[in-house]
Design a protein around this ligand. Structure first.
Ligand SMILES: Cc1cc2nc3c(=O)[nH]c(=O)nc-3n(C[C@H](O)[C@H](O)[C@H](O)COP(=O)(O)O)c2cc1C
Length: 176
């Protein structure tokens, strides 16, 4: 086997599901961040963990409000989803400066993004420091989705988004 640097290893391990974490800041303004470091951690109860870098505005938001909505952006939302992974809520209002529309969540105060493939409403129960990120571990308290929007986004490391559906279809040439 060939020895790899980090860039090569992450590219080879791609694609990773690309999701959006919606949070509330201290003034209760919603923010959206793109992330690929998330996982299910328990089946019963259903739990999700997300790993958030210390400098992210999302980190500050989660320190104020211990909840988030994990949204899987559908094909067609790639332009706005990419902005959420490359611009900080410190500098812009991502609901105002993208086409994303906030809709009320079912069980928590933090809103959901309209038109996503699936959304998980999450309440944080624990957190752990791991190097330069904090892992937030949460109970899933509600799930909703748009079953007609099966194509959703994956990232090739930090360079490109593609779309994959639960029927195995792949679209590589997204324009955003
Ligand atoms: C494909 C992709 C995956 C990312 N995954 C993560 C992640 O898992 N954790 C993280 O802290 N940042 C991740 N980021 C970086 C944040 O999305 C980015 O720094 C964003 O601007 C932070 O927004 P915020 O400051 O409003 O929270 C990722 C970015 C991209 C493009």
């Amino acid at each position: 086997m060939k020895e790899l640097d980090r860039q090569e290893a992450f590219e080879l391990a791609s694609p990773f599901p690309y999701v959006l974490a919606v949070t509330l800041d201290k003034r209760e303004r919603p923010n959206i961040m793109g992330l690929s470091w998330w996982m299910f951690t328990s089946w019963s109860p259903l739990m999700i963990a997300v790993s958030i870098g210390h400098p992210r505005y999302t980190h500050e938001c989660l320190e104020h409000h211990k909840e988030f909505v994990l949204c899987f952006p559908s094909e067609g939302q790639e332009k706005d989803a990419w902005i959420c992974g490359t611009k900080s809520g410190n500098a812009i209002d991502k609901f105002k400066d993208t086409g994303f529309k906030a809709i009320p969540s079912k069980t928590i105060k933090t809103p959901t993004i309209d038109g996503v493939t699936v959304s998980f409403e999450c309440k944080i129960v624990e957190q752990a420091e791991t190097g330069d990120h904090t892992v937030y571990i949460a109970d899933v308290v509600a799930m909703r989705g748009n079953p007609e929007k099966i194509m959703h986004l994956y990232s090739i490391h930090y360079t490109k988004l593609i779309s994959i559906g639960s029927n195995g279809r792949i679209k590589m040439d997204l324009e955003y």
